[in-house]
Design a binder for this molecule. Sequence first.
Ligand SMILES: Nc1nc2c(c(=O)[nH]1)N[C@H]1C(S)=C(S)[C@@H](COP(=O)(O)O)O[C@H]1N2
Ligand SMILES: [Mo]
Length: 319
Amino acid sequence: MNIIRRRGWELPERAATPEHLFFNRRAFLAATGATLVAPGLASAEGAADTSDPSAHLYPAKRNEKYVLDRAITDEAINTTYNNFYEFGSAKTISRAAQALKLRPWTVKIDGMVAKPFEIGLDDLLAKMPLEERLYRHRCVEAWSMAIPWSGFPLAKLVELAQPLGSAKYLRMETFLDRAMAPGQRAVWYPWPYVEGLTIAEATNELAFLVTGAYGKPVSKSQGAPLRLAVPWKYGFKSIKSIVRFNFTDQRPNTFWEALQASEYGFWANVNPQVPHPRWSQATEELIGTGERRPTLLFNGYADYVANLYQGLEGERLWA
Ligand SMILES: Nc1nc2c(c(=O)[nH]1)N[C@H]1C(S)=C(S)[C@@H](COP(=O)(O)O)O[C@H]1N2
Ligand SMILES: [Mo]
């Protein structure tokens, strides 16, 4: 991949191993195509879409409870160094992601709930208490960022959904639109992107539905207009551009697990002592800084979430 010109914050191959290494040749083709972007374009694309009908909701008031041990990642980096396979398997999808159409955006809530319903994103936003939280974000590829997300607790959506006592899991789904998202034409992936949590995880106070970032509506490349942030888990659990919340008693077969179960499991909690089958998770690169740091158990959120896994020691909790 020597022909790719990297920006300063991008990692050499030896430091980050993408989820898609399994499909390395295709990834290589996508990556080389994606670098044909004029320099300077990318940062402009990270800017807020002023036509967004939710723009007036931001900035939301910061909840000071969630503190960082590191600097916030530059917005220009966070909005242009992404994993969003719907728009390509390279990190440089921010330009392609501008094709994402954000309105109308309807969210379906169904399965084991009192009464299934659909709700428009702006109606949902009007019901939810928006706040800003500073969260760490740790990708399974051994890099991390720190982000000022805005949004609301996933627990508030669960409350709105009124799940039945029989529901054990929350299954979440990204849009499916092959015309809009060229990555979804790649038939070797199990589209649409699916993720899942137990109800206990989904109602933990840390589980957050993101609608904004950096004091404005969340950017397309970050998974607008509605994405998850579960910061104690590897980044692939934090599903982007969600259109469906399905309550079920069956453990969801998630996107990465369906592709490569031996490497990406359902639980995917961050643990520096449990290596990925192909690389160590002991340290991480803080994207944009050149710094490497020891990775923290549960990405530093053990006080909030360790109790969720008591009695589940027999499960593959860490990868
Ligand atoms: N729908 C969807 N959600 C997704 C992904 C994706 O490809 N498609 N990638 C995941 C991975 S691997 C990571 S690390 C984070 C990346 O979020 P970011 O681009 O905002 O850093 O999104 C996750 N959610
Ligand atoms: Mo990731």
